[in-house]
Design a protein around this ligand. Sequence first.
Ligand code: GLP
Length: 241
Amino acid sequence: MKFICTEDYYHMSRVAANIISAQVIMKPSCVLGLATGSTPLGIYKQLIRWYEKGDLDFSNVTTVNLDEYKSLSPDNDQSYRFFMNENFFNHINISKNKTYVPNGLELNEKKACSDYNSIIQSVHGIDLQLLGIGHNGHIGFNEPGGAFEKETHCVDLAESTIQANARFFSSFDEVPKQAYTMGIKSIMQAKKILVVVSGENKADIVEEAFFGPVTPKVPASILQLHPDTTVIGDKDAFMKV
Ligand code: GLP
């Protein structure tokens, strides 16, 4: 694994955006695996700025997002599809039919998951997968204890994940309790992985996930075994290592 420690959140976002833009420039038809959460927001802002300056062209790019809450529709402002449209896709020249997010409205779990697996297969592999990390070490919505070899599946969200994400909803009860997520197996098949971490409150999990044992109890720990993973964090997130 490669670690890049930056001064602050702004620089973490810039370095990560640079790596993503290099990918788009080198392979204009690349497949980007994208993530939600607050950490990648600065990256999306930076990429939009470079696009507006004319430095980036997303017209041939395909994106595959990690996860979606089960039962939320794309126009629900808490859905991950809405998040991606609002914070990234609506501001760049990507064609929306090449941006994929699991279908939260498909309540038949088997169908929702097999449809998404077919999409992942049809794009012929992810060139670069962007990841944030949850406080319990989840990536996407792969919660502790899940098997490493899973593809897209439906998860019961951990209590701590529901608590952490409740800040975006008007109450705890409104947070969906289930989600569809790309599995660890598909994440590990990405050619390149970029993990972004920011803030003191991620310091414990950064130490555990990237400097502790590889265990399904800490899903992100599997990334230690990926041949091309870069973790970019600000100095607060790296304070324990
Ligand atoms: C959610 C997402 C994850 C994300 C995590 C951390 O649970 N499913 O993909 O990594 O939140 O989010 P944040 O970056 O806001 O800490």
